[in-house]
Write a protein that binds this ligand. Structure first.
Ligand code: FPP
Length: 256
C-alpha cells in the first residue's frame, strides 16, 4: 500500500472511532463553516492558489454528504464574500467556474440525497451564467426535505443587514405595513436566513481567529470551533471532532 493509501486507512479508522462518540439526540441543528486556507494549501505544495480551490471542492462534497448522513438540518458554507471581488480577476473567474461545475455535477447527487440548495447573498451581483445555473439547481432541489444546504455567495454580514433594513423600509413605503415594531423577530425575518434557526456551531479552518463578516447577526450565541486544518484537508474526521466538542459544551445564552 502506498503512503496515500496508509494515511487514508488511518483517517478512516479515526473516523470510525469518532462516529460512535456523537450523540444523535444532541446534534447541532445548524452548522456554519468558514472554509479558509485553500491558497496556503496550494502554496505549500508549490501549486497555484486556484489548485487549492479545486482541492477545496472535494472537501465540500465530503462535508455535505457527511452532514446529510448524520441528520444535520442545516449546513451553511461561506464560498464567496462581497469582499472576495478584490482578488485577482483570474482567481475570481476560476472560483465562479468551479462553482458552476460543482452545481452541474452535484445537483443530481443533492437530489438523490434529498438535499435542498439555498443561496445566501446578493445573487443578482453574480455573473449571469452563474445565476442561471444556480436558479436551475435551486428550482430542481426546491421540494427536497432533507439537509438544507446554504451556500453563502457574494455574501457579507453587513450587506445582509443593509438588505434587511431596506426590505423593512420597502414594506413601510409600499404601505404593506403601516406600523412596524422594530424587534429581533422583525430583523431576523428579513435576513437571507429568514425562517432558519441560527447556527449552533461555527467552524473555521486554517487557524485564523476571525469572523470575516460572516452571519454577524445569526452567530450571536453560536459555539466556535477553530481548526488548524486547511480547508482542502478538512474531512469527516474534523466535522465529527467539531460536533463532539460542541456536545461537551454548556450553552447558557447569557444565563447562568
Ligand atoms: C478561502 O481560502 C476560500 C475561499 C475564498 C473560497 C472557498 C471556495 C471553495 C472551496 C470552492 C467553491 C465552493 C462551493 C460551495 C462549490 P483562501 O483562498 O482565502 O485561502 P488562504 O487564506 O490560504 O489564502
Amino acid at each position: 500500500m502506498d503512503t496515500t493509501g496508509h494515511s487514508l486507512k488511518r483517517r478512516n479508522q479515526q473516523e470510525e472511532k469518532l462516529l460512535p462518540q456523537i450523540d444523535r439526540e444532541k446534534l447541532p441543528q445548524h452548522i456554519a463553516i468558514i472554509m479558509d486556507g485553500n491558497g496556503r494549501w496550494a502554496e505549500r505544495r508549490g501549486l497555484k492558489r486556484v489548485d487549492g480551490h479545486r482541492a477545496g471542492i472535494k472537501a465540500v462534497r465530503e462535508v455535505v454528504e457527511a452532514a446529510a448522513n448524520l441528520g444535520i438540518k442545516i449546513l451553511t458554507l461561506y464560498a464567496f464574500s462581497v469582499e472576495n471581488w478584490k482578488r485577482p480577476l483570474k482567481e475570481v473567474k476560476t472560483l465562479m467556474s468551479l462553482l458552476r461545475k460543482y452545481i452541474k455535477k452535484e445537483t443530481p447527487t443533492l437530489l438523490s440525497n434529498n438535499i435542498k440548495l439555498s443561496v445566501l447573498g446578493r445573487m443578482e451581483g453574480l455573473p449571469g451564467e452563474v445565476q442561471r445555473d444556480l436558479r436551475w439547481a435551486l428550482e430542481a432541489t426546491h421540494h427536497c426535505t432533507g439537509l438544507l444546504f446554504n451556500i453563502a455567495l457574494n455574501y457579507g454580514g453587513r450587506t445582509e443587514l443593509i438588505d434587511a433594513f431596506r426590505k423593512i423600509w420597502q414594506q413601510l413605503e409600499k404601505g404593506k405595513e403601516t406600523t412596524l415594531t422594530i424587534d429581533e423577530e422583525l430583523i431576523a425575518n428579513n435576513l437571507y436566513t429568514a425562517g432558519q434557526p441560527d447556527p449552533d456551531l461555527l467552524i473555521r479552518t486554517s487557524g485564523e481567529m476571525r469572523l470575516s463578516n460572516f452571519l454577524l447577526w445569526q452567530i450571536a450565541y453560536s459555539e466556535l470551533w477553530v481548526t488548524e486544518t486547511l480547508w482542502p484537508d478538512f474531512s469527516r474526521k474534523e466535522l465529527y471532532e467539531a460536533i463532539i466538542s460542541y456536545q461537551k459544551r454548556e450553552r447558557r445564552f447569557g444565563g447562568v
